[in-house]
Structures are given as structure tokens and as C-alpha cells.
Design a protein around this ligand. Sequence first.
Ligand SMILES: [Mg+2]
Length: 254
Amino acid sequence: VSARGAERERTQCVVVDIEGTTSSIASVTRQLFPYARERLSEWIRRDDRQVAAVRAEVRAATGRPGAGPDELAAVLRDWQDGDAKVPALKTLQGLIWAAGFAVGDLVGHVYPDVPPALAAWTAAGYDVHVYSSGSVLAQRLWFRYSGAGDLTGYVTGWHDTRTAGPKREPASYHRITAAIGTAPAHTTFLSDVAAELDAARTVGWRTVLVRRPGEPAGPRGAHRMVRSFADPSITLATRTRIGRAPASAELRSA
Ligand SMILES: [Mg+2]
């Protein structure tokens, strides 16, 4: 292991989920998807190089080379309603969202305790990563145009189900560990879903369940639990393994 590699191995890393963790679930689902759906028909008509590529992809995917804008829009709406993972739809949604955030129609909600925690972890030398089922593009927009200002400067890396894989599969956490180079034992994952934390723990990550007041409370699992990023047990989690009682000195300093 090189000196640089050894240094990376010692780095502390915090990985955060977005929906239900940094941000309310409704702020994502009730905002982004309806916003895109209402605009698919107008956008698919645009005289734009990227949109032209989307039109070509939809025509190819449906086997209807002569499909007009109304037909293309109907296909795109069906895909969105069926949560189809079609690249052409993802591309067009991304273009619509980017424009919506840029003009202030869309704002990335983050709980008020999130920005100070990101700042504190960064100041402490931790790397902060995001792992969310939303696309990396949508994640970046969410943090760039958050209600608390541009938070992208705090984030070292972005991971989604395309780059890493599904959130309840251990292999996804292996991939992120390989991508970021931080030792699993020095990586702490914050999520509102215990099944995701269970998967992360199988590869050696530390885990904290975030249970935001007002959000659906699923199973807790055997994880530390906090209601806010201001909870000092998050920092404690990066230093101690669950299952071992923290030393009293650690509790006092927390
Ligand atoms: Mg979540």
C-alpha cells in the first residue's frame, strides 16, 4: 500500500442518503416528478440538440420512427408513471429539472441541521459522499440549489443506483468503497432505511439510522438511531463500533 493509499485508508468518510435523511421524502417525490411530468410534452418539442437525441431514442425504443411529439410525450409519461428506468426519460427529466432549479421553480429541501453538520465534518477532515436512488445529476442539482444555498462544496463524491447499484445490496457498498478508497471501518452511512444500513454493515461500514420526525418509521434494526444530524452520536459512530460500549470518556467528549 502506497503512502497515499495508506492515508486514504485512514480518512474518515460519511456517506449520506437524501430522501428521508438529509431531506423530507415528500419534498423530493411531490416536487421533482410532477414538475417533470407536466413539462414532458412541451420539452419534447424543443429545438435542442439533446432533446433531438431524446426524440430519436424514444422513436427507436418504441419502434415508431414517425412518432410525433404528442405520441412521444404520451410514451414518456407512461414510462414515468410506470417508473421505467429508460435512459431517454432520465435525460429529459434531468434537462427539465436543471432548468427548473436554475430559475428557482425547484428548491432542494434540507433539514436545518444538515448544512452545519456538513461544514463540521468537512472542517474535521472527513470526506462526505452522497448515495441516493436519485440520479447523480439530480443529487447535484438538489445540493447546488438547496434552500440553504450551494452545498456541493461539502461533497466529495456522488453515487446512485447506476454507478453503485441497488441500495439494499451489499455489492453496491463494496463498489462505493472501491471507488472512494476509504477503509470500510472508517466509513459511516446515514440512512432512514434499516435494510440499506444492514447491507452496508455486511461490508464493514458503520451505520446510523436517521429517523426524522414526521417521516415514515420503518424497522429500526440493530443500528444507532438519531433524529437529527446535530446528534453527537453520529460523530461517536465514526469512532466506535456498535456492539462495544463506548468508553465513558468518549461519552463525555460527545
Ligand atoms: Mg432514504
